[in-house]
Design a binder for this molecule. Structure first.
Ligand SMILES: NC(=O)C1=CN([C@@H]2O[C@H](COP(=O)(O)OP(=O)(O)OC[C@H]3O[C@@H](n4cnc5c(N)ncnc54)[C@H](O)[C@@H]3O)[C@@H](O)[C@H]2O)C=CC1
Ligand SMILES: O=C(O)CCC(=O)C(=O)O
Ligand SMILES: [Mg+2]
Length: 332
């Protein structure tokens, strides 16, 4: 029996979390689900978007399944995601983008992994007003965190039989910060002679990914570049409705989708739960439940290949509920 925390989150969060939990239960994995709260709704109800009780629950669980949480632009509280990743030292964000036959997209057979440093960089949002009309954002890069994420990337590459790791950076302009990130990756690469290593400047990497994603295998980068390029790689395989993500540290793991709260479709029963169900598949693999993970993954592939229960983002007319039921039925 696994103790799994679930966080419904905001927007489409409760809808897709509910779907993913039902699929995990149907896969026959015994889970003791414990509800915890975070996000805008939690802030409105309690005054705190990320209560200490939620962090404690995540620390004490085998794993956590998280719905997206809303962060307002410009005003309001600091992102729950940034705070959670830093407080729990969930230093690695694992974001695979794999084609699923039956989903129309620009390319077939895409199989990329974005590894994003999850605790520092510009994404931390450390900012202040220097004088009225002038603000400053700090981009902290440390050799400790950079070597740690590089090691995670190479270990993952080795475990998953990947051939090449590419460091994506802007060290030509950000000579100190991305210079250190690149040097840290090079240093760790020297310990992994079985895996190729190269690097690519981020603007060119974005272009190359769009022109021909097959030229990359695994990409490692700092936080903000990873945020942006993982949405891009999601777009290569059908969009945010299908791509999963894992936030992993030494003491905890939080599985969520790449996507956000999708306010345009929230509460309408239209969200594609595949992304969070695929995140739950990553969670099952993390827990060592390979057979159940394969069963869920095969069901997703079967339902999408059949094409009769697809959600709107994939060109179909099914709702979250129809699609979820189809996945559960496909597992037999
Ligand atoms: N991990 C998290 O908690 C994340 C939270 N956010 C937050 O979400 C809020 C909205 O952000 P946006 O930039 O609008 O990005 P978004 O990812 O919520 O939505 C972008 C577009 O993708 C579509 N989409 C996303 N997920 C989908 C799904 N499962 N099925 C079908 N269509 C889907 C949306 O309808 C929208 O058109 C913001 O407050 C942002 O801070 C954004 C990304 C990640
Ligand atoms: O924290 C947020 O609101 C956005 C998070 C996000 O875009 C991401 O982690 O990819
Ligand atoms: Mg993002």
């Amino acid at each position: 029996m696994y103790n799994i925390v679930y966080i419904p989150g905001d927007g489409i969060g409760p809808e897709v979390v509910n779907a993913a939990m039902r699929v995990v239960d149907a896969a026959g994995v015994a889970c003791n689900w414990q509800e915890a709260h975070a996000g805008l709704g939690t802030f409105e109800a309690t005054g705190d978007p990320l209560p200490e009780a939620t962090l404690d629950a995540i620390r004490g669980a085998h794993a956590t399944l998280k719905g997206p949480t809303a962060t307002a632009s410009g005003v309001g509280f600091r992102s729950v995601n940034v705070a959670m990743r830093q407080k729990l030292q969930l230093y690695a964000n694992f974001r695979p983008a794999r084609s699923i036959p039956g989903i129309k997209s620009r390319y077939d057979d895409v199989d990329l992994i974005v590894i994003r440093e999850n605790t520092e960089g510009l994404y931390s949002g450390i900012e202040h007003t220097v004088v009225p009309g002038v603000v400053e954002s700090l981009r902290i890069i440390s050799s400790k965190a950079s070597e740690r994420i590089a090691k995670f990337a190479f270990d993952t590459a080795r475990r998953q039989g990947r051939k090449r790791v590419t460091c994506v950076h802007k060290a030509n302009i950000l000579k100190l910060s991305d210079g250190l990130f690149l040097e840290s990756c090079k240093k760790i690469a020297a310990d992994y002679s079985d895996i190729e290593f190269d690097d690519c400047i981020v603007d060119a990497a974005a272009m190359k990914l769009v022109i021909d994603p097959h030229q990359f295998d695994m990409l490692v980068m700092e936080n903000l570049f990873g945020d942006i390029l993982s949405d891009l790689t999601s777009g290569l395989v059908g969009g945010l409705g299908v791509t999963p993500s894992a936030n992993v540290g030494d003491d905890a793991a939080v599985f969520e989708a790449v996507h956000g709260t999708a306010p345009d479709i929230a509460g309408k029963g239209l969200a594609n739960p595949t992304a969070l169900v695929q995140s739950a598949v990553l969670m099952l693999r993390f827990l060592g439940e390979k057979e159940a993970a394969d069963r869920v993954e095969n069901a997703i592939r079967q339902v999408i290949a059949e094409g009769t229960s697809l959600t709107g983002d994939l060109g179909g007319s099914a709702g979250t509920e129809d699609y979820t039921k189809a996945i559960i039925a496909a597992m037999g």
